[in-house]
Write a protein that binds this ligand. Structure first.
Ligand code: MN
Length: 133
């Protein structure tokens, strides 16, 4: 089953959050790629085509909202689900952009169950389909 492991790209500048997300995802059976800045994350997405992207909105170089827009404008990457992570409530215009470009979001401090549930929602569909067939 090792080759059926889904790959999640974590784009998050805070090392502690990144470590927490990585461990939570790994214990739930996902393979993890990591980036600490927006452009680095964008390049990693282009190179590796992950199955899902966990995207912090507050990043040091370009914002997570800009990364999400780049992804959704790219023909080969736009179908990758994006789960946004935000530390505080966004203003109206930014919230609208998040709603348009991101498929789900979780707020910091994150609840462990909500993070893995949101990821499972997008990536466990294959398993569910097999079970109900
Ligand atoms: Mn951040």
């Amino acid at each position: 089953m090792a080759n059926s492991r889904k790959v999640v790209l974590i784009i998050e500048d805070d090392a502690n959050s990144r470590r927490l997300f990585r461990v939570l995802l790994e214990v739930n059976g996902y393979s993890v790629l990591q980036a600490s800045e927006g452009i680095e994350g964008w390049n990693s997405a282009l190179k590796h085509r992950p199955d899902l992207i966990l995207l912090d909105i507050q990043l040091p170089d370009i914002s997570g909202l800009a990364v999400a827009r780049l992804l959704k404008e790219h023909e080969a990457l736009k179908s990758i689900p994006i789960v946004a992570v935000t530390a505080f409530a966004l203003e109206g215009d930014q919230q609208k952009k998040l709603n348009v470009d991101c498929d789900a979001y979780v707020s910091k401090p994150i609840s462990i169950s909500s993070l893995t549930q949101k990821v499972d929602l997008f990536l466990a569909n294959d398993n569910l389909a097999v079970q109900s067939a």
